[in-house]
Design a protein around this ligand. Sequence first.
Ligand SMILES: [Zn+2]
Length: 224
Amino acid sequence: MFGQVPPTPYDITFSLFGIPIRVHPMFWLIAVVLGWAAQRPDLIVIWVMCLFLSILVHELGHALMSRAFGNSPHIVLYHMGGYAAYQPTYGHSYWKSIAILIAGPFAGFLLYGVSKLIAYLYFQANVIPTVQVQFALIQLEWINLIWGFINLLPVYPLDGGQILRDVLSLLRLRGALTWTFRVGFLCAILVAILFLQRQAIYPAVFFGFLAAMNFKLHEESSRY
Ligand SMILES: [Zn+2]
């Protein structure tokens, strides 16, 4: 959703399952800013690790599905999220694109399942988890379940918005792109208002930004 991000000397690079991964320094900076409200240094570090793990798993979902279709994806973690980029091979279709898009949130839901399993095992063993473990389990639930669903809202360029675009294109609907941005704009405004009512400032600003983006894209797409 951020386009291609140029490399910096502070990037961390590694590969998992044969997929090259690059972590941009901005990822850590934004993660710390978002987690600052936790106040305690140990909890801020745990929050950053939970965010890192969750976004990595989400992007790996996209990337592994993409590779299953014969692409050579790579992952970049940047800002509040990241992206799994690939050059589509011959025969790329809307169906494949939808499958790749769904695989990201689905991988997140699996990670949420793992965190629930860990909580269940603690409960079964009659052990009360430490404050740090409890905090980590709550963060994993928020990021992977709650934001997993929010990311599926039909707001471009969230995964849900891209799925909407591909579904409308698949249906060969006239003005599929214009409709994608129209729905994205209305939905983003609504979600921004709902967050504002709950005093959730960061998410409200984020959806306000997405509303403006969809408005601009709608203007551009309806010109043709
Ligand atoms: Zn995604």
